[in-house]
Design a protein around this ligand. Structure first.
Ligand SMILES: Nc1ncnc2c1ncn2[C@@H]1O[C@H](COP(=O)(O)OP(=O)(O)OP(=O)(O)O)[C@@H](O)[C@H]1O
Length: 273
């Protein structure tokens, strides 16, 4: 079978002034259809206390069906960017479009079903793993069968026997996979991941990464993942975006990091080898 044609991802990067540098990047993203999933325009946020820019008129297109890695030094605005995409905060200026629609015009609960999020440390609700997984669909009046629950567990590489366990009976790595299954139960189109494996051992990390790649390949899911591990980004991301002081300074394919112009990109690469 011939491989799918490369997808042209259009990425525009805001400078500190009014100029916007336009980048055209060819990204081979397998089965992705090349449309833009998120169009982020002039997104800005200032600190309430100091008035300093947390995000500085950030402009970026995120293509549909890719894994985009977001890297950058601590405090550069990675989590703030991620949290804007499902309205965990609402920007005083700038716009986020999802499939061409301003996310402020979308009902916040349906937005968060469409755009699922996973944090560094999983927090499971009371009850069993199956209760956790059934929770989201139940809010919409849909009852997942045992088979549905087992399928979701399989997707995150957990045995179906886990469905009767509770949070206290599981490791952090297992709980993180349940949290992923719980998010997936809502059939999201996008996953936002904020350092989802930083508290996990290499085996659990490998399992989560495997599940993410499968979700991208089989369901065309768009995944935006903040990670401090360049090696992880190089293993699974199609595009990597480097944030420094609230601005995007590089957008590259992970294997192009060594060609980056920004010294912070090269420093990241150096420290990870
Ligand atoms: N609600 C807030 N009010 C004031 N400042 C904030 C708020 N949220 C975040 N910040 C500041 O914004 C900056 C960016 O924070 P953010 O958490 O997005 O960074 P990050 O790149 O994800 O960092 P890390 O890698 O350490 O998680 C930091 O300087 C932080 O102190």
């Amino acid at each position: 079978m011939s491989s799918p044609p490369p997808v042209q991802a259009h990425l525009s990067i805001a400078d500190g002034d009014e100029t916007v540098r336009e980048h055209l990047l060819t990204v081979d993203v397998g089965e992705a259809d090349g449309d833009v999933k998120f169009r982020i325009r002039n997104l800005a946020k200032k600190s309430d206390t100091t008035g300093a820019a947390i995000l500085n008129r950030l402009t970026l297109d995120i293509p549909r069906g890719v894994i985009m890695g977001v890297i950058g030094p601590s405090g550069s605005g990675k989590s703030t960017l991620l949290r804007a995409l499902n309205r965990l905060w609402e920007p005083p200026s700038g716009t986020v479009f999802l499939d061409g629609r301003d996310i402020l015009d979308v009902d916040v609960l349906s937005l968060r079903r469409k755009v699922g999020m996973l944090f560094q440390l999983p927090v499971l609700f009371e009850g069993t793993v199956a209760d956790n997984i059934r929770y989201g669909p139940q809010l919409k009046g849909k009852k997942l069968s045992d088979e549905d629950v087992h399928k979701l567990l399989t997707l995150v590489d957990l045995d179906s026997s886990f469905s009767t366990k509770t949070g206290s009976e599981m490791s952090v790595g297992q709980s993180q996979r349940v949290a992923l299954a719980r998010t997936l139960a809502n059939s999201p189109e996008v996953l936002l991941l904020d350092e989802p494996t930083s508290a996990l051992d290499p085996i659990s990390t490998e399992r989560i990464e495997g599940a993410l790649v499968k979700l991208k390949q089989k369901q065309g899911m768009t995944i935006v993942m903040v990670s401090h591990s360049i090696k992880q980004i190089q293993r699974i991301a199609d595009i990597v975006c480097l944030l420094v002081d609230g601005e995007i300074v590089e957008v590259l394919k992970p294997d192009q990091l060594s060609q980056a112009n920004h010294p912070m990109a090269l420093r990241f690469l150096q420290l990870s080898s």
